[in-house]
Design a binder for this molecule. Structure first.
Ligand SMILES: [Fe+2]
Ligand SMILES: [Fe+2]
Length: 196
């Protein structure tokens, strides 16, 4: 924590607060969520060439989207570093740290808590006011509803900015969407079906 730049350290401390709140709401041990929050952005401040070097050093293989946007590697690199160099052994939290930027299909509750806490801390809501809806949903509805709403908003932004979308983000959204529609007994919530 001491090695992080001040603004990043402040973000991490705000995520620590949100993660513990969500942990209590969603029956996760607050201490596990707290530690995951403290570790999640361990290398977020590293310059992109260094992130790619670290990825190689930890035997990660950035895909084409990650190679184009090496910042996407800060979660996977942090997870490897925490496991190998810090002796952090909470496997579920490590996966959560790995995928905290994109999400993934099959996220556990602890992973979802970390993911959402990172997006709804007050600093991020000041920067992205549209995400307040995600915070409200997480506090009043269901974490999957909040997660799906966040992914919809984020993917909309990415399309508007013509950014590539990470495969794991699409897989996370597809899983939530299909699960939600299966539960309602509908298919894609539309009479049109899927465009082919
Ligand atoms: Fe991050
Ligand atoms: Fe973060």
């Amino acid at each position: 924590m001491d090695a992080l730049p001040q603004s990043l350290r402040e973000h991490v401390l705000r995520v620590e607060v949100e993660a513990q709140k969500l942990a209590r709401r969603y029956d996760i041990e607050p201490e596990r969520a707290r530690l995951a929050a403290l570790g999640h952005d361990l290398v977020r401040h590293k310059p992109e060439p260094e992130l790619l070097e670290l990825a190689r050093a930890y035997d990660l293989r950035p895909d084409p989207v990650e190679t184009a946007a090496p910042v996407l590697m800060h979660g996977p690199v942090a997870a490897k570093m925490l496991a190998r160099d810090y002796g952090y052994a909470d496997a579920e939290a490590l996966i959560g740290i790995d995928c905290h930027t994109t999400g993934r299909a099959g996220m556990t509750m602890l992973e979802k808590v970390l993911f959402i806490a990172d997006k709804i801390e007050p600093g991020k809501l000041d920067r992205s006011p549209a995400w307040r809806e995600v915070a409200d949903l997480a506090a009043t509805s269901d974490i999957d509803v909040a997660l799906l709403r966040f992914l919809d908003l984020r993917i909309d932004e990415a399309v508007a900015e013509r950014l590539p979308i990470h495969q794991r983000m699409l897989e996370a959204r597809n899983e939530l969407l299909l699960g939600a529609d299966a539960a309602r007994g509908t298919w894609f919530n539309s009479g049109r079906g899927y465009l082919t």
